[in-house]
Design a protein around this ligand. Structure first.
Ligand code: GLN
Length: 538
């Protein structure tokens, strides 16, 4: 079989949470910076068809692509590192694999055969792995296999990798195995045994790792590298240390120092050169040498979990670097906010972001927060549910519609200023049925957004069922809150602003998904600039 696209599989062993996504994204960055068109894909072994139905407590944020896929948050890292959009094909779950195979079976496509894990499920996995490669858009496809080798759930994936490695041939597909080399402080030593066992487990499934990436808290000595190479059948240069970093954005440079890109390209028989990382390193310099600091309140209900608002936190890092400002994010639990403690909790902040979310829990606290920042001229940025809360707050406290609400929270309200979208009213299934993906939006002249974007029409990603109720548009605008972004086809209100306020912007979409190192999102950049201005005026 001839092939032009090269495949790199990233598996994990010993423990979960070793950061396979960051290693994959860092390697991709190094390959991209040498001119290779590179993409990354994540295969998740769980049975949900996509992570859209998962609570953020389970797997963190659900990341949304332009084509409307609800995906694993690792895809966010891929986009932030590579500055190339991902799509439905970049995230596949066991649920989706089985769904396709079962649908084919129902259509009679297996011609009376017994449908089995091997070959039918593994064939479907191999097909999904090669969709991106066969598109002709990429020289290299990196496939991250979720979970840990040895898990029952991962077995069909590891088997598909074994088959593909064989079918694609030597130098066309390689396996990078990420493991943990723990430090035993009582012995004062780094231990290689868990890695040896993990590589052995992979071999039991017929897969030999070509490169080992070893997560560690301490420098791995030469003798340990030799030992790992000997026990695991890899060359010494293919034992790569991945030491704890202060920021994920350091990892590409750390991998470059270790020569991960070189080893990989050599094994794929591709030429290597020095990666061009100018833009990346300029960002790092600005990120690490801030000239000022702003404190932003992030108001949400999943604040105890770093991963729940991953893209927002990363967008702050990009926007901070752009402004040469350190963005200190204070996570504030909206459930515990009320009119009595709001001043204590918010008055010192330079800006407030009210987060996206679903359901009733904690929303009154969000509304109190909007009221406080509106009345006290603190820069406000509302995203999705945050924008909806801003509309409710304005309707209640400025228009005097005391029971204004979203029908998501109170289906009986007499003033549904936020209401279920028309096309949502007949939908009963929960999975993949929200208003998803990129939709266009026309920006009004003389608004904050038109000057921030410098464009008349924008494309931003959505994930919601409820919307600004157009019936109230005239009254709300007359009272002072303006609809400054509208969907050109439906007239749906996508953006609201308050012109009398120094910086008050609510957006129905999720700008955080599109912020990358190379392209910090203009709204986040402008919000941080406004926060800095607010701080300097205090
Ligand atoms: N729950 C709201 C809706 O469905 C907001 C969703 C969000 O914040 N992503 O419209």
């Amino acid at each position: 079989m001839t092939t032009t696209t090269k495949y790199i599989f990233v598996t994990g062993g010993v423990s979960s949470s070793l950061g396979k996504g960051i290693i994959a994204a860092s390697l991709a960055k190094l390959l991209q910076a040498q001119g290779y068109r590179t993409t990354i894909q994540k295969l998740d072994p769980y049975i949900n068809v996509d992570p859209g139905t998962l609570n953020p407590y389970e797997h963190g944020e659900c990341y949304v692509t332009d084509d409307g896929a609800e995906t694993d948050l690792d895809l966010g890292h891929y986009e932030r590192f590579l500055n190339v959009p991902t799509s439905q094909a970049n995230n596949v779950t066991t649920g989706r694999i089985y769904q396709s195979v079962i649908e084919k079976e129902r259509r009679g496509e297996f011609l009376g055969k017994t449908v089995q894990v091997i070959p039918h499920i593994t064939d479907e996995i191999k097909h999904r792995i090669q969709i991106l490669g066969k598109s002709g858009d990429y020289d290299i496809v990196i496939t991250e296999i979720g979970g840990t080798v040895g898990d029952i759930e991962s077995l069909p994936y590891v088997e598909a990798v074994r088959q593909l490695k064989w079918e694609l041939g030597e130098h066309n597909a390689i396996v990078i195995h990420l493991t943990l080399v723990p430090y035993l402080s009582a012995a004062g030593e780094l231990k290689t045994k868990p890695t040896q066992h993990s590589v052995k487990t992979l071999m039991e499934s017929g897969v030999q790792a070509d490169v080992l990436v070893c997560r560690t808290e301490h420098e791995i000595s030469d003798s340990i590298r030799v030992k790992l190479a000997r026990f695991c059948n890899v060359r010494k240069e293919a034992v790569i240390q991945s030491i704890d970093a202060s920021t994920i954005y350091d990892v590409p440079n750390l991998m470059l120092e270790e020569g991960l890109d070189k080893v990989v390209l050599e094994q794929l028989q591709l030429a290597s050169e020095t990666p061009k990382l100018t833009v990346w390193n300029e960002f790092l310099t600005r990120h690490k040498n801030p000239k000022n600091e702003v404190v932003i309140g992030l108001i949400g209900k999943y604040v105890e979990l770093q991963d729940s608002y991953k893209s927002i936190l990363e967008a702050f890092i990009h926007a901070g670097a752009e402004n040469e400002v350190k963005v200190k994010v204070e996570s504030i639990h909206s459930e515990y906010l009320n009119a009595d403690n709001i001043k204590l909790k918010l008055s010192h902040l330079d800006g407030v972001l009210v987060a996206p979310g679903f359901g009733e829990r904690g929303i009154e606290g969000k509304i109190d927060a909007v009221k406080y920042v509106r009345e006290n001229n603190i820069p406000f940025f509302g995203i999705c549910l945050g924008m909806q809360m801003a509309v409710i707050e304005y309707s209640r406290n400025v228009l005097g519609l005391k029971d204004a609400n979203s029908t998501e929270m109170d289906s009986e309200t007499t003033n549904p200023v936020i209401d279920l979208m028309e096309e949502q009213k007949t939908i009963t299934d929960k999975g993949g049925t929200m208003r998803l993906g990129a939709w266009s939006c026309d920006l009004m002249d003389n608004s904050i957004v038109s000057s921030v974007y410098g464009e008349e029409t924008i494309l931003e990603r959505h994930r919601h069922r409820y919307e600004f109720n157009g019936t109230y548009k005239e009254a709300i605008e007359a009272a002072g809150m303006k609809a400054t972004g509208l969907n050109p086809d439906t007239g749906l209100v996508e953006i609201v602003e308050i012109p009398e306020h120094p910086w008050f912007v609510g957006v129905q979409y999720h700008p955080e998904y599109k912020s990358t190192v190379a392209n910090p999102h203009p709204l986040f950049v402008a919000f941080i600039k406004a926060a800095l201005k607010h701080k300097n005026q205090k």
